[in-house]
Design a protein around this ligand. Structure first.
Ligand code: C5P
Length: 405
């Protein structure tokens, strides 16, 4: 029986990935791999072998992973934080890239003579290896036998690729490129097939300038829209994310258009010729300053009040709902009272097919990782209890898919 869980990456995006790096010139590419995995929404922790330290620095990997990097089993301070058993349990997936001939041999033998190999024995998470070595070494029967042993235990082998090698040889043994590794690890895992569909999502809050240094903004973080973009991309769609200013990483494979104001958002959306599904998750400012000052507004010595005139912004989502052909239009309604009534009214007046209603108020929803939604459409409603926005986004894409079929 396999020691590790079966290698099914279909169920959901692995969220906690332990990247093991062993000694090889390809280790520099692992920095990009960590970035790509994080772009896809995963949390990453990195463990280096002793020889990997000769090729990449813990500092670079700490910077890209945003987490402390470990290489020694006998690091009292690190063990006091998350000990090696806790780290092995933490992982949803372990990937070793590059996997040297040496680490493959140690794994095949079940050795635990450093932190990485110890973790591999201590984890129940699926393990993938991405071999990288000289073509002659790769072809050696000892390496191939070790690989067979590992495969038989359920370890997934990615690559190697063929081509020019750092040593000057040409042949099999190059490490698969980071983008391809990330794509294989995170590949189709949605029950929804939106291949060929164009999905446009607005996210985040807009900024409406008052003068060159001030603006009107809101508490929207953009997290829900970004999670939806990731979920739609995972379902195979071509996703364009039109978003207000924020610092969230662009989800893997998503085209991002940065905008600032509601008017910018409207023209960016208008500029997209075709869309099958539109999801308006942005908190678009309802009003903008009628005439933003060209120079910084000075504090007045003789007036205690300042009046700024606001004018109504165009409604982005209502504009999309008037398109011909009309895409499936999904909107959000953040309400502090009469949630269902207000949301239903909004859905109908704005011409939306589906509306996701959520209660907002002190400490609720905005800028929080969790959310709770009541989804309403002409034929029914569904309540999603509080959960992480990433999980909710997947459930919502599945529901939209059901509603439109
Ligand atoms: O009217 P309210 O702002 O509550 O409506 C929320 C929904 O309408 C959201 O889906 C939001 O993205 C969209 N909206 C819009 N353009 C506006 C205001 C809201 O697309 N100017």
């Amino acid at each position: 029986m396999a020691h590790h869980k079966p290698l099914s990456f279909e169920a959901s995006t692995p969220m906690r990935i332990l990247v093991g790096i062993s000694g090889g010139i390809a280790a520099y590419k692992s920095i990009t791999l960590v970035r790509r995995l994080r772009d896809a929404g995963s949390e990453v922790r990195v463990v280096l072998t002793e020889s990997a330290l000769q090729f990449v620095t813990p500092l670079s990997l700490q910077a890209v992973s945003g987490q402390p990097v470990r290489s020694s089993l006998f690091d009292a301070e690190a063990e006091a934080g998350m000990d090696h058993i806790a780290l092995a349990r933490w992982a949803d997936l372990v990937v070793i890239a590059p996997a040297s001939a040496d680490v493959l041999a140690r794994m095949a033998q079940g050795m635990a003579n450093d932190l990485l190999t110890t973790l591999i024995l201590a984890t129940r998470a699926p393990v993938a290896v991405v071999p990288a070595m000289n073509q002659q070494m790769w072809a050696h029967p000892a390496v191939q036998a070790n690989l067979e042993t590992l495969k038989a235990r359920g370890v997934r082998v990615i690559g190697p690729a063929s081509g020019a090698q750092a040593c000057g040889d040409v042949g099999e043994g190059r490490m698969v490129e980071p983008e391809a590794i990330a794509a294989q690890l995170l590949a189709p895992k949605s029950s929804v097939d939106w291949q060929g569909k164009c999905v446009v999502i607005t996210a985040g809050g807009t900024r409406e300038p008052i003068d060159p240094v001030r603006f009107i903004a809101n508490r929207s973080s953009g997290k829900m829209g970004f999670a939806l973009a990731a979920a739609a991309q995972t379902a195979g769609a071509e996703v364009t994310l039109v978003c207000g200013p924020n610092t969230l990483p662009t989800p893997f494979g998503v085209t991002r258009i940065n905008v600032e104001t509601a008017l910018d958002m409207q023209s960016a959306v208008k500029g997209i010729a075709h869309m099958d599904v539109f999801i308006g998750a942005a908190a678009v400012a309802d009003y903008r300053v009628a005439e933003p000052a060209t120079h910084k507004i000075k504090k007045s010595a003789d007036a205690d009040t300042l009046t700024i005139t606001l004018v109504k912004n165009p409604d982005v989502i209502a504009g999309v709902a008037q398109r011909n052909p009309k895409p499936i239009v999904v909107g959000f309604a953040a309400e502090t009272e009469q949630l269902i009534e207000q949301a239903t009214k909004k859905r109908i007046t704005k011409g939306m097919d589906v509306i996701c209603a959520n209660r907002v108020g002190a400490g609720l929803v905005f800028d929080q990782p969790d959310n709770e939604l009541i989804v309403l459409w002409a034929g029914g409603e569904q309540h999603f209890p509080p959960t992480e926005k990433t999980t909710l986004a997947k459930q919502l894409i599945e529901l939209i898919n059901k509603i439109i079929h």
